[in-house]
Ligand binder design. Sequence first.
Ligand SMILES: [Fe+2]
Ligand SMILES: [Fe+2]
Length: 162
Amino acid sequence: MQIDTTLLPARGNDAAEILRNDHNVIKSLLRDLTTASGAQRQRVMEQLKGVLTIHNATEENLVYPALNKVADSKMESDHLYHETAEADVLLFELDSMLKERDSSDFGAKAEKFQKAVLAHIDEEENKALPRLAENADPEKARALTESVREFRNALHFETTAV
Ligand SMILES: [Fe+2]
Ligand SMILES: [Fe+2]
């Protein structure tokens, strides 16, 4: 898998805005995944895997720890890690189906995956991020934004042909 990092630029004035913009890209790809077929389905799947790898790594390395330590919400943080792991299983199953050319169940599973990720995004946008915003003083908020930008910049790489 080659990750196209240009699909997910870190856009926004703070960490929450960057994540919300990521979510919009993810939502749009999820819509495409449930409607595409054939080679297009394969393409969307590759893009979605890349985008989720970058987005989830940002949250798991920085945002969920901040939710735990800055917003003092270990339960919410643990819950979001757990949901991400569950969604990863569905994504793995979808990817395996494509690789094994067994697409009989793909549509139903893609919709299940979409539903799970949309619920997770909803929880982040309506519970976790507001809680983090409430509890982070300006210095902590600035530090988190800086860390998210650094992290995302570190993931931008040029690939060279071998
Ligand atoms: Fe998440
Ligand atoms: Fe997210």
